[in-house]
Design a protein. Structure first.
Length: 107
């Protein structure tokens, strides 16, 4: 009787290990997918005029953090990142416009 319980325990542990391995593999895949998307969006946006590197990185990190709060971060991240990058570009454009007006007023 004792040997049956031991075998059942081993089978249960093997199933648990397989499930854990599948979860880790899935998470690594999602991390890699988000990383590739992040790199692609950064490369595309960094070539745009008036986009500061540090602001762009912060916006992408914020988009990633928000995406991880959802059930499907790998699906949500690209849209969030695009929205954040557009916001950074608009802010930079606005700042340069304001800076130009301020400079013309001082002279």
């Amino acid at each position: 009787m004792k040997s049956n319980q031991t075998n059942e325990g081993r089978e249960s542990a093997n199933v648990g290990n397989a499930f854990g391995s599948a979860c880790v593999s899935s998470c690594k895949g999602i991390l890699a997918q988000i990383g590739r998307a992040k790199d692609a969006i950064y490369a595309e946006a960094s070539g745009a005029p008036k986009v500061q590197d540090q602001m762009l990185r912060l916006a992408l990190n914020e988009a990633e953090a928000l995406a991880w709060q959802t059930m499907y971060p790998h699906l949500v991240f690209p849209a969030l990142a695009a929205e954040k990058v557009q916001g950074v570009a608009a802010w930079n454009s606005h700042q340069s416009l304001i800076g130009g007006q301020t400079r013309s007023l001082t002279f």
